[in-house]
Design a binder for this molecule. Structure first.
Ligand code: ADP
Length: 471
């Protein structure tokens, strides 16, 4: 049974029970009230009739007058003499089999009673009153008047009809209101259930707006929050999955090129009679490509370590100037060969970081500067700034356009794929730089203009005392 039907039936049964109970109680109450009123009435009338009959003369008009009193009062009247024997019973036209003689116990009771004696036996359909009549002009001693109980209950017929009609109209209304109310109450439950089922089936973009300020409204909001959270998680998972797929596709692609070149070189080397200089050329090519694959795996392993091992960084205090100078010396010959003027401007700065990883950062940035600069100069600068050391690798090289800047640090992202590969690049250098700096709670910034050059900037915390962890 649906929740709507359950609610409707509960309201209907409860209200029908309530209405029926109230109606029955009202009818019972009115019945008892009418009977009590009837008893009081017959008591008063018995007293009044006794007084009237007491003074009636015992002539031939006695019974006629008695009959008139019965017709006017509406009671059946029976008159008994001092022996308790009946000697008149009226009205004539309504024969009433009053007992021919009064019960001795009743006679005793009437004598001892100062007023009338009202008798209401449940098994009798009549309400009876007895009263003693000390007859002055007639032999009447006891009077019995009676009335059918149905006559007393007469008004209740109309009342009962009104109550029953009201009851049925109320029940009809109750059914209608209950069905509407149950629908109103259950509508949000049904909507919530439908939405929850739909979300469970994967329609996380589904939302529910109940416009209610009660618990249902709160529940709908929670459901919406849950759905939007799921949606976000789903999108995130999708994004991670796409990134992962792209990453594997890139690795495959990156490996295919050098392997292809190596295979070609080996094929050429197998040829008979290949001149010595050609042999040297193909051996060099194969060696360069092998080194490239080696670098690729090294970078991949480094990145993987950053993804999974947060203790990969081992920080200590060291002189950054030394690292910068080492890298400078390493690339100076290559720069000079390209006709590039390379400088290093640095004071002695103690920084708190992992020296090997920072060397890798500077190495990657300087090697890129050399790779992507054809003329002009390259500067390696470090300055102290607000408790930090700011490092800049500036070049007057190719520069990078805005469209590439956003994705520059993505894995395998290159502004010019052919040129990068040509220069032995893996497309992972800047990702490694970013990962290392992020692991130091730092980041890399780049300012660049195509044709003018680029500046790569990062900051490291200054170590105030050698070997201390103070920042
Ligand atoms: P790669 O191995 O290709 O050098 P990186 O991640 O180090 O990979 O660099 C990504 C891309 O960013 C490079 O392919 C190049 O297009 C661009 N890039 C990096 N450094 C510079 C620079 N100093 N000047 C111009 N372009 C640069």
């Amino acid at each position: 049974m649906s929740i709507r039907s359950k609610l409707a039936w509960t309201f209907i049964l409860l209200l029908i029970f309530g209405i029926t109970a109230i109606s029955s109680y009202s009818i019972l109450f009115i019945r008892n009230f009418l009977l009590a009123e009837g008893e009081q009435q017959i008591y008063d009338d018995a007293e009044w009739l006794a007084l009237t009959i007491q003074n009636l003369p015992a002539d031939n008009r006695f019974e006629t007058d008695l009959n008139e009193a019965a017709v006017i009062s509406g009671y059946r009247i029976a008159v008994y003499d001092s022996d308790g024997e009946i000697f008149a019973s009226v009205p004539y036209d309504e024969p009433y089999d009053a007992p021919s003689s009064l019960d001795i116990d009743i006679v005793d009771m009437i004598r001892n009673e100062p007023g009338p004696l009202v008798q209401n036996r449940p098994e009798s359909d009549r309400l009876i009153a007895f009263v003693s009549v000390p007859g002055i002009g007639n032999p009447a001693q006891y009077l019995q008047i009676s009335q059918l109980k149905d006559e007393i209950y007469e008004p209740i017929r109309t009342i009962r009809w009104i109550i029953y009609t009201g009851m049925f109209i109320s029940i009809g209304l109750v059914i209608l209101v209950s069905v509407l109310f149950a629908r109103y109450m259950s509508r949000p439950i049904v909507q919530l259930e439908e939405t929850a089922r739909s979300i469970a089936e994967g329609n996380v973009e589904k939302t529910l707006h109940l416009n209610r300020k009660d618990e249902f409204g709160t529940l709908a909001e929670s459901l919406n929050r849950m759905a939007s959270r799921l949606q976000k998680d789903n999108e995130e998972l999708k994004r991670i999955y796409e990134k992962q797929s792209q990453f594997f596709a890139d690795i495959t692609h990156e490996l295919r090129n050098p392997l292809h070149t190596i295979a070609g070189a080996l094929e050429m080397l197998q040829m008979d009679g290949l001149p010595e200089n050609q042999k040297k050329h193909y051996l060099n090519t194969a060696t360069r490509q092998t080194e490239r694959i080696h670098r690729l795996f090294k970078d991949l392993v480094t990145l993987q370590r950053y993804d999974s091992d947060e203790h990969f960084i081992e920080k200590k205090s060291f002189n950054l100037a030394e690292v910068l100078r080492q890298v400078f010396e390493l690339y100076y010959p290559a720069a000079k060969e390209k006709g590039i003027d390379m400088k290093v401007e640095t004071d002695s700065h103690q920084v708190y970081a992992d020296p090997n990883k920072i060397e890798q950062v500077v190495d990657n940035l300087v090697s890129n500067a050399v790779k992507y600069t054809n003329s002009g100069e390259i500067q390696i600068v470090s300055v102290r700034e607000n408790g930090q050391v700011r490092v800049e690798i500036k070049d007057t090289g190719l520069g990078i356009s805005d469209e590439h800047l956003k994705r520059l640090f993505d894995r395998f992202y290159r502004t010019d794929k052919a040129r990068s590969r040509d220069k032995g690049g893996t497309g992972l250098g800047l990702s490694v730089v970013k990962s290392i700096l992020n692991a130091h709670d730092s980041d890399i910034e780049v300012i660049s203009k195509p044709g003018e050059g680029s500046v790569f900037i990062f900051k490291l915390p200054h170590a105030f005392h050698s070997g201390s962890s103070e920042r």
